[in-house]
Design a protein around this ligand. Structure first.
Ligand code: GLC
Length: 706
């Protein structure tokens, strides 16, 4: 078992603490709990969840301010017997006052360094409000866009999600999480939450150990290796056992195998929910199952507090397990600097909230997160001339509409509407005609030289407990597009959403289509920057876009099956009534220029180490950013392997006509997988290698691992 970090402070406190005080450290209560002050004073609360609802992501929340947190902290530090500070936690998921794109949009940038900076800025703003700990990053692999929480994760691929997860952890925690402008991070939801059947939240799933190891666990392992201080256990029942009661995951893998030395908090009332699952008959049984599985802190339900003394008295729970949980929690508080600096400076917030560099970076990340899905006849970029129709329900919606789910503290007043950003950009060079309703738009369209349709999802259509049974545009929007298209005005569609949507008809109607995952505070300006070419579009899909909901679950790194889609005339794993491929594949996205790939070379550079390289040239007349992607396939292995897997990517910016050689090192880290014995294995034999612009195209070669 990995030991929590021991220190003189932690050991001194553990030696002094009564059983009740120890149990108190394992308890997290929400900030609107009754008698909270009294419970903190009595040493019965280890952490306060700053929030008041289980689905805070879509429930308006009271703003958090440092004064409020400091008041609670003074009770803990100055009025409780041992003066142990509380750890305050909040869902600071993709920004605080400055809101960045939703995490799946951040993944669409394929730029870990930029995501790290975004989360560093977020930590600075949140810490100034007295928040010590964020319940982020969420890194659940999402393969089913009906699930509202694909919005909060980093998409369908374990490699990309791992790079994003570790970047977010570094951004939130920094090199020293005790710094006053950093947060403890929380890798969630451990684990396999994205496998929820039917894309329905809180549902059950069946995931083999093999798939768990190769698909769902890698981002969490990356977060642990990046030093994440906490994890949150998921709601899900996998294979008949809710994972929060599963010692294999919570202790054997996480703490023993990976050496995780922080603590695990449950998700909202998960301990108590074991009674609903029907695997615990009462609170005591639920507490026993979770604590013995390796859970360290209970979020908002109070089964530990009610039952642990009795469980210890009758030997159902060892005192050593309680002490281990207490040490883990106190150690994280110490690493967050709470014993030396328990209070937040209440003067800082106005100087860091919406700071100019934060807002500027939010605009860059938002622009880089936008994905150009279609651009026929170079409809984009637009020139600011003539009469431009700005139509649709999102054109003049409040700017905060672009925040997306889980934005409890976003500054709505800082967000511009798309229409105002358009008018600012057009200036006197173009006339912007606006209509939110279809009939008004149709009447105006005939007077426009071109029209832009702003469509998409409300922030409340994605996030927790926001799963949908179709992937169509919201009601009426496709009809709106058809009505305007009938006027034969050149049409650009901008779609904003929290998940992939099925857009085949819209893509037929519009000359160009740009998709943005709720882009945040600077979303409006970023959309306009890309539409007019002031910012070269660079977004690439972190998740497949299906043709229809009937294709779901659909993901690029699928298995070959015994009937691969090779065009041979025999039965294959497909539908008879639709094409097999997604509408747009993982890794796909267009720029305003074009790129060529040539000269793939794969050479040995040592024993079982290779170097693969290509020449990438900007063959267009505009500068552009290309995300060069490396995929591999293990051609024969003792377990079936995906048709291909992402194993590297590099972004290159090239001026027109310029060329760059992009090289990847290939070794066991790229070629291996978690094999039959669940350890990292590289099997001898041939591997197919691709380097290209997305998961569907690229130059192909091979190498042999002897
Ligand atoms: C919710 C979510 C979790 C969140 C927690 C606290 O139910 O599942 O992601 O961090 O409760 O709000």
């Amino acid at each position: 078992m990995s030991d929590p970090r021991r220190s003189e402070t932690v050991e001194r406190l553990v030696a002094q603490m009564t059983l009740e005080e120890k149990v108190g450290q394992l308890q997290q209560l929400s900030s609107d709990s009754p008698n909270l002050d009294e419970k903190i004073r009595a040493g019965k609360v280890g952490s306060v969840l700053l929030g008041s609802s289980a689905t805070a992501g879509n429930t308006p929340q009271k703003r958090v301010v440092a004064e409020f947190v400091n008041r609670l902290q003074r009770i803990a530090v100055e009025e409780s017997r041992l003066g142990i500070p509380i750890l305050s936690g909040r869902d600071v998921i993709h920004g605080h006052r400055t809101v960045f794109p939703i995490p799946i949009g951040q993944a669409a940038t394929w730029d870990p360094a930029s995501v790290e900076t975004a989360n560093e800025m977020t930590a600075r703003e949140a810490a100034a409000d007295g928040i010590h700990w964020t319940f982020a990053p969420m890194m659940d692999i999402g393969r089913d866009a009906r699930w509202g929480r694909v919005a909060e994760g980093y998409g369908e691929d374990p490699f990309l999600a791992s790079r994003m997860a570790e970047a977010a952890v570094r951004g939130y925690q920094g090199p020293d999480p005790s710094a006053p402008d950093r947060l403890a991070a929380c890798a969630k939801h451990f684990a396999g939450y994205g496998a929820s059947e039917g894309g329905r939240d809180y549902n059950v799933g069946e995931v083999s150990e093999y798939t768990m190891r190769n698909v769902y666990l890698p981002p969490f392992h990356a977060a642990v290796k990046a030093g994440v201080l906490t994890l949150m256990s998921a709601f899900i029942d996998l294979g008949g056992l809710p994972v929060s009661a599963d010692p294999h995951l919570m202790t054997e893998v996480l703490k023993n195998e990976w050496g995780f030395d922080g603590f695990v908090v449950t998700d909202w009332a998960v301990v108590e929910e074991l009674l609903e699952h029907g695997i615990a008959g009462n609170d005591a049984e639920a507490a026993e199952l979770c604590l013995n599985a390796g859970i360290d802190m209970e979020m908002v339900s109070e089964c530990f507090a009610a039952s642990l003394p009795g469980l210890i008295a009758r030997g159902a729970v060892e005192m050593s397990r309680v002490d281990d949980a207490v040490r883990r929690i106190l150690s994280v508080k110490e690493r967050c600097g709470l014993f030396v600096r328990p209070y937040t400076d209440e003067t800082v917030a106005p100087f860091v909230h919406l700071r100019a560099d934060h807002v500027a970076h939010a605009r860059r990340v938002a622009a880089d997160s936008l994905v150009v899905l279609k651009n026929a006849g170079r409809a984009l970029p637009l020139t600011p001339s003539g009469r431009i129709g700005a139509f649709g329900p999102l054109a003049d919606c409040p700017g905060s509409f672009l925040f997306g789910t889980w934005t409890l503290d976003g500054a709505a007043e800082a967000a511009q509407t798309i229409l105002s950003a358009l008018k600012e950009r057009a200036g006197s060079d173009a006339k912007i005609l606006h209509a939110a309703l279809a009939d008004d738009a149709v009447a105006l369209a005939r007077h426009c030289d071109r029209a832009i349709l702003f469509l998409g999802e409300s922030p409340g259509r994605s996030g927790e407990d926001r799963c949908i049974s179709t992937l169509e545009l919201p009601a009426g929007q496709l009809e709106f597009a058809k009505a305007v298209a009938r006027l034969k005005v050149p049409l650009v569609a901008v779609v904003i959403g929290g998940r992939p949507l099925a857009l085949p008809e819209l893509c037929e109607l519009a000359q160009a289509v740009v998709f943005g995952f709720h882009p945040g505070t600077e979303g409006a300006r970023a959309i306009v920057d890309v539409l007019f070419g002031d910012h070269e579009p660079a977004g690439r899909l972190p998740i497949s876009f299906p043709r229809s909901v009937g294709q779901v679950p659909i993901y690029y790194n699928s298995k070959r099956t015994g009937r691969p889609m090779d065009g041979r005339t025999r039965g294959q794993s497909r539908y008879t009534d639709d094409l097999h491929a997604p509408l747009f594949p993982f890794g796909y996205g267009l720029g305003y220029t074009s790129f060529s790939y040539s000269g793939l070379q794969i050479e040995s550079v040592g024993e079982n180490r290779f170097r693969a390289q290509v020449a990438v040239r900007n063959t267009g007349d505009r500068p552009g950013v290309e995300t060069v992607q490396l995929y591999i396939r293990d051609d024969v292995a003792r377990r079936t392997r995906p048709v291909k897997e992402l194993r590297g990517f590099q972004k290159v910016r090239l001026e027109p006509g310029a060329e760059a050689v992009v090289a990847f090192e290939i070794g066991p880290e790229q070629l291996g997988y978690f094999g039959p014995d669940h350890t990292w294995t590289v099997e001898p034999g041939t591997f197919t290698v691709w380097i290209g612009p997305n998961s569907d195209e690229g130059l192909c070669g091979a190498l042999e691992w002897v």
